[in-house]
Write a protein that binds this ligand. Structure first.
Ligand SMILES: CC/C=C\C/C=C\C/C=C\CC/C=C/CC(=O)SCCNC(=O)CCNC(=O)[C@H](O)C(C)(C)COP(=O)(O)OP(=O)(O)OC[C@H]1O[C@@H](n2cnc3c(N)ncnc32)[C@H](O)[C@@H]1OP(=O)(O)O
Length: 303
């Protein structure tokens, strides 16, 4: 798809230096845990573990950035590069995205990447977040989110960018765009993704309230497609993947692009403006104070 290749070019041009500079050990392979079928070899990087199964054409991509898979610049970079590697390997048709950290799928943006950071770093960071959303939202692969933990804000966006979502039935594993509770707001392309998933009225209410939905409500509002016992999340994600892979790739990919291109184009047309908006918004003293206070509250919760 032209657009995807455009994004792929952008990703490669934009991210290659990070991959080198950030000391990732991309491409390291090691035997998959439990053998993994035909000698499948895990690969990935420090913060992303990829367990490929060539026989089925499905890879499991695990976020591994303890304690909460906060989306640091490194994790964002490694996710995009790992996904690009799988997209370029025609052996693979689908990826299951899940967490290697207990109780948390992904805590969203790493707030230490924007709290007390200079505008240049905030811009670099936001471009990486844009890139990850574009890469997942437009991926030619089938992406299934196996949500095995809490999934607020940026974590919710990653899950929403997948083709479908399976959530563990644990009331502590809440999902949603809670930005307003931090005193910030979701940018238009997060809003658009929400509206495309749960509809305008539900999004309007949930975004303003910063709603974090427990599993039953997340299912009811359409934020997730299945809620299953925690020990069945991965197997259910695999079954869901099989359902999607039963469809010829070309027809499915063209349909996905038809459904999502307009939303992605809206960001692609104004990426620089969006980055400037983000930087000028988060660098405001009032917003910095809100974010610092929120981080402090998080740190004190354990006390
Ligand atoms: C007009 C304007 C126009 C345009 C505007 C443009 C742009 C819009 C502006 C901004 C962008 C908006 C997008 C935002 C998306 C986001 O993702 S914001 C981040 C939101 N994330 C959260 O609210 C989650 C916060 N975390 C939690 O709720 C819990 O940690 C969680 C439920 C995930 C796990 O709980 P638990 O297992 O108990 O772990 P702890 O809470 O104890 O946390 C462990 C340590 O991790 C630290 N931590 C947690 N979350 C984050 C995080 N997101 N970033 C950084 N650090 C985090 C936490 O402080 C603990 O640290 P410690 O061990 O104490 O040092």
């Amino acid at each position: 798809m032209a657009l995807a290749s455009g994004v792929r070019f952008a990703a490669r041009a934009l991210l290659r230096p990070w991959a080198l500079l950030r000391g990732t050990t991309l491409g390291r392979t090691e035997p998959a845990a439990g053998g993994g079928g035909d000698g499948a070899r895990r690969f990935g990087s420090q913060r992303v573990l990829v367990e490929p199964d060539a026989a089925s054409g499905v890879a499991v991509m695990k976020l591994r950035n303890p304690p909460v898979n906060a989306l640091s610049l490194e994790l964002l970079t490694e996710l995009v590069i790992s996904l690009e590697k799988l997209e370029n390997d025609k052996t693979f048709r689908g990826v299951i995205l899940t967490s290697d950290c207990p109780r948390v799928f992904c805590a969203g943006l790493d707030l230490t990447e924007i709290c007390g950071r200079n505008p240049a770093h905030c811009a670099e960071y936001w471009k990486a977040m844009q890139e990850l959303w574009l890469r997942t939202y437009l991926s030619s692969l089938v992406l299934v989110a196996a949500i095995n933990g809490a999934c607020p804000a940026g974590g919710c966006i990653i899950a929403l960018s997948c083709d479908c979502r399976v959530l563990a039935d644990n009331p502590k594993y809440r999902i949603g765009l809670n930005e307003t509770l931090l005193g910030i707001i979701a940018p238009f392309w997060l809003k658009d993704t929400y509206v495309n998933t749960i509809g305008h009225r539900a999004s309007e209410q949930a975004l303003q309230l910063g709603s974090l939905f427990p599993p039953a409500e997340a299912l009811q509002v359409g934020l997730v497609d299945q809620v299953v016992p925690e020990d069945q999340v991965q197997s259910t994600a695999l079954s869901e993947m099989a359902r999607w892979l039963a469809v010829p790739d070309h027809a499915r990919q063209l349909t996905k692009n038809m459904m999502r291109k307009a939303t992605a184009d809206r960001l692609l047309r104004q990426r620089d403006a969006d980055t400037q908006n983000f930087v000028s918004f988060v660098c405001r003293d009032s917003i910095q104070k809100s974010l610092q206070a929120y981080l402090e509250k998080l740190r004190q919760r354990k006390g």
